[in-house]
Design a protein around this ligand. Structure first.
Ligand code: AHR
Length: 494
């Protein structure tokens, strides 16, 4: 069965610039994300450059510019950065309390920076509030970004980095309402004020990111910071969202699939709620950025600490990823960064490895598609399609199509991301910008026989992009989307 739908974007309704930050990543010392996924070591038989897996370098370089948040996650609040610098053979072996096993500290600050350089990424460090101190985080910041005549800067020079590393993004803790110390909002607010008093005074040009959570936490945190006149120094608030916790990768029917797709819409509510609270407290001249620095599907039945949070990845997850990126793109007025959890081998990853084997997940290809939006402005986008017959958590009907649109600054190029979220029906979709003519178009499609279609070591290209035919139609463009498929189309605008 096939239906028809339209996507209309308003070239005069520019929401905000889409930056590399909007489609970014999170890596943690957890399972096989860092060790094996990224770091195999220079002596490994697995092809690598300076210890970093070659497949990972090439795949992440191709996906485009992005931020990488490191070293956690829960791991961050008991990570002591000094353990991870200097002679690798003298680094201490420490316990990974949350995710199990021994941390070799072989991958530390310098290896992280080297990894970022190799893939043209922007580093984001998450500091330790749970078991650390303001002094420890100040020292880390000075070590990385300092340029003064200081012993700690000499130490960085001795470790091979003459120039400051210029790390812009620094998180003040991670989930301090949970694994980061089980604090109450008032307790975290006091910690945050304490840390920021010193970190901000160092004047090293960084953006400090506070830990947000649900509405009650965010409200109380902002109230505490506003009362203490700390709000002007709050540059960004981070929130996390994992969904579909009880759902399995290969065991569902059509109606469960549609329910699952709907769950991603909780992100709209999270963003609207945080946005509303921020508006109550912030100075409109200095708006606070909202960062969703952990999000994605988590199959709790399979992705457990014992399995290193590994879970199966399928085309269904790519549909959820595209839906989520559309939601973030539509809120580029408030959302300044998002980081999927986690890039390699953990949760909704982009790359999987098993020993020498490595392959790309369907979610990876979504990120390749969305790089077309980067550098453009997000446009208000109206979708007119059938509903999936399900409602979001707050009772809104969920449409068959998800879409986002972006326009180049000079208005000459447009990109449409369009996802058919239906389990079994295809759709003919017409794309238009009112009073404009679209031409010179090309499009790529990510599709598969089933929503459960997946890639593996033995079949790495079961779900891989192909060219999609685009038809011109009186200044508009038409594409045919099979069920559970994602398209990215770019076109000239006159
Ligand atoms: O991504 C896995 C874990 O989920 C992170 O360590 C933590 O921040 C979150 O609860």
């Amino acid at each position: 069965m096939s239906s028809s739908a339209t996507v209309v974007a308003d070239p005069l309704a520019r929401i905000g610039r889409i930056n590399a930050e909007h489609y970014s990543h999170f890596i943690e010392h957890l399972g096989e994300c860092v060790y094996d996924g990224i770091w195999v070591g220079p002596d490994s038989p697995i092809p690598n450059t300076d210890g970093i897996r070659q497949f990972t370098i090439e795949a992440l370089k191709a996906v485009g510019p992005a931020v990488f948040r490191w070293p956690g996650g829960c791991f961050a609040d008991h990570y002591h950065w000094r353990d991870g610098i200097g002679d690798p053979t003298s680094r201490p072996r420490t316990r990974n309390i949350f995710w199990g096993g021994t941390e070799s500290n072989r991958f530390g600050t310098h290896e992280f920076i080297d990894f970022c350089r190799k893939i043209d990424a922007i580093p984001y460090i998450c500091g330790n509030v749970g078991t650390g101190s303001p002094q420890e985080m100040m020292d880390w910041l000075e070590y990385c970004n300092g340029d003064s005549d200081l012993t700690i800067v000499d130490q960085r020079l001795a470790n091979g980095e003459a120039a400051p590393l210029g790390i812009k993004y620094w998180g003040v803790g991670n989930e301090n309402w949970g694994c980061g110390g089980n604090m109450r909002p008032g307790e975290y607010a006091a910690k945050y004020r304490n840390y920021v008093t010193y970190l901000a005074r160092m004047n090293l040009g960084v953006q400090l990111i506070a830990v947000g959570h649900d509405a009650a936490w965010n409200r109380e945190l902002l109230r505490a910071l506003a009362g203490a006149r700390f709000l002007p120094r709050l540059q960004a608030l981070s929130i996390h969202r994992y969904f579909s916790l009880e759902r399995q990768a290969f065991n569902y029917d059509e109606s469960e699939y549609h329910d699952l797709i709907t769950e991603a819409h909780v992100l709209e509510d999270d963003i609207a709620q945080a946005d509303g609270i921020l508006k109550n407290y912030e100075d409109p001249a200095h708006p606070v950025g909202l960062i969703v620095d952990e999000w994605g599907l988590w199959d709790r039945g399979h992705a457990t600490p014992e399995s290193g949070l590994r879970q199966a990845n399928s085309l269904r997850d790519a549909v959820v990823a595209a839906t989520s990126l559309d939601i973030f793109t539509a809120r580029a007025d408030r959302v300044t960064m998002t980081n999927i959890a986690q890039t390699i081998n953990v949760l909704q990853c982009l790359i999987e490895t098993r020993g020498p084997d490595a392959w790309l997940t369907p979610t990876y290809h979504v990120y390749r598609f969305y790089r077309e939006h980067i550098g453009h402005d997000s446009l208000a986008t109206h979708v007119d399609s059938a509903d999936l017959g399900v409602q979001s958590g707050t009772g809104r009907p969920v449409s068959q199509l998800s879409a986002s649109t972006s326009l180049s600054e000079d208005g000459s190029r447009v990109s449409f991301a369009v996802t058919n979220r239906h389990y079994s029906e295809s759709v003919e979709c017409t794309l238009r910008l009112p009073e404009k003519t679209l031409g010179d178009a090309s499009a790529r499609l990510l599709a598969g026989d089933e929503a459960m279609s997946a890639n593996s070591a033995s079949s790495p290209d079961t779900v891989t992009p192909t060219d999609l035919t685009v038809r011109s139609n009186n200044g508009a463009l038409t594409i045919q989307l099979p069920p559970h498929s994602i398209a990215m189309l770019t076109a000239g605008v006159t």
